[in-house]
Design a protein around this ligand. Structure first.
Ligand SMILES: C[S@@+](CC[C@H](N)C(=O)[O-])C[C@H]1O[C@@H](n2cnc3c(N)ncnc32)[C@H](O)[C@@H]1O
Length: 368
């Protein structure tokens, strides 16, 4: 059993969970890195997964077999057990013995039945069992688990994964990005959208190997992680359709005032979310006891609008600085773009970013 002095009871959502304490000094046993700690900054990430799984249970299946594959304390899975209603079974897995023991303690503390804790390499577990929802929440890149997840996932199941190797996906380490994702990023004001699309493109290519297609349900980026929820659809036709949405593009063709020609991709150029599902998620988020509710609803509002918008965005700063003019107020800018008969929407990727179908000279004319 874990050394009790390393753990404390915290509360998240509607659930109390024992977690490992993050050590403030490098002295002592926990400093050896054997105790995966609780990361409070991932609460919004976990909150959304609770809401999304409730939607999934209510709308898609008779019984959903859920896996929290890289669970650490098990907080995500324990929250699923406590906060989801309906018919589901749940596996909570971590290969660390300390994590596994804590997961068991958390299951006992909450008096849950029908939860299956496992202490395996995730790839082994995915090889042994099939799931309807697989959550992959690693330190760093999820690429090492995607092949197994795509093989394990049941028909029309969902693979959710986090990637915290944002610098790599955003083009800071091009060779690492190419080795991991087989793609080139582009370090620029659009790098978060490019990184997210490289991640989705990677998932689509991994799925295609097994004659499966993908449909992004919801995907987003923050400063320190990317997160995608991808429905996996079985069938050669779906695999081929998904692959058609993966392209390599040239920096000069897509980005404002970029002079150097650089190959970017392959990356996903299709929709990054399903508008109607995202709309439904709003009700689920609203009805659950979530501490990040307000922040999450703001994010979802942006994601819903941009889910089917064309890839990439302008920033007011880049246009203003090129034209040596000042940036107009965003509302004014949108009003003028709308008056010309085009759409303009904000993007969650940047608070000075906007997506529009207006031609660039029409946009430039609005800058005074
Ligand atoms: C970022 S933590 C998970 C955080 C957790 N999902 C949460 O919300 O707090 C990643 C975990 O993956 C576990 N892990 C890493 N590689 C693994 C593997 N191949 N199989 C199973 N567990 C693994 C680590 O022990 C660690 O606890």
């Amino acid at each position: 059993m874990n050394n009790e002095s390393h753990i404390k009871l915290i509360s998240e959502g509607a659930t109390e969970v024992f977690t490992f304490i993050k050590k403030k000094t490098k002295k002592g046993p926990a400093a050896k890195g054997n105790y995966p700690f609780y990361n409070p900054s991932m609460e919004l990430n976990r909150d959304l997964s609770v809401a999304l799984n409730q939607w999934f249970i209510d709308n898609c299946k008779n019984s959903v077999n859920i896996l929290d594959g890289l669970a650490a304390s098990g907080i995500r899975g324990i929250r699923f057990a406590n906060e989801l209603e309906g018919n589901f079974s749940l596996y909570i897995n971590d290969w660390s013995e300390n994590a596994y023991n804590l997961i068991i303690k958390n299951i006992q503390n909450n008096h849950f039945n029908n939860i299956f804790p496992t202490n395996k390499n995730l790839n082994v577990l995915l090889n042994e069992k099939k799931f309807d929802y697989i959550d992959i929440d690693p330190f760093g890149s999820p690429v090492y688990f995607i092949d197994s997840a795509v093989r394990s996932i049941n028909k029309n199941g969902i693979i959710a994964c986090t990637a915290t190797d944002t610098a790599t996906l955003c083009g800071v380490y091009p060779k690492v990005c190419f080795r991991r994702y087989g793609a080139y990023s582009f370090h620029s004001n659009n790098m978060h959208e490019i990184g997210l699309r490289i991640l989705i493109g990677f998932l689509a290519r991994e799925a295609a190997k097994y004659d499966k297609g993908i449909e992004p349900i919801i995907s987003y980026s923050t400063d320190h992680y990317f997160r995608v929820y991808i429905k996996i659809i079985k069938g050669v036709q779906y695999a081929n359709e998904s692959l058609k949405k993966i392209l390599s593009i040239n920096s000069k063709d897509y980005f404002y005032n970029v002079k150097n020609s650089q190959e970017i991709g392959p990356l996903w150029m299709g929709e990054t979310g399903n508008k109607s599902i995202i709309k439904k998620l709003i009700t689920y988020i609203f009805n659950k006891n979530l501490n990040t509710k307000n922040k999450l609803l703001k994010l979802i509002d942006l994601l819903e609008k941009e889910s089917d918008a064309a890839p990439f965005f302008y920033t007011t700063d880049s246009i203003a600085s090129y034209l040596k003019k000042s940036s107009p107020n965003m509302n004014y800018l949108f009003q003028k773009i709308n008056e010309k008969g085009y759409y303009a929407i904000k993007t969650h990727f940047s608070n000075i970013g906007f997506k529009t179908n207006a031609p660039i000279d029409e946009i430039e004319n609005i800058f005074i």
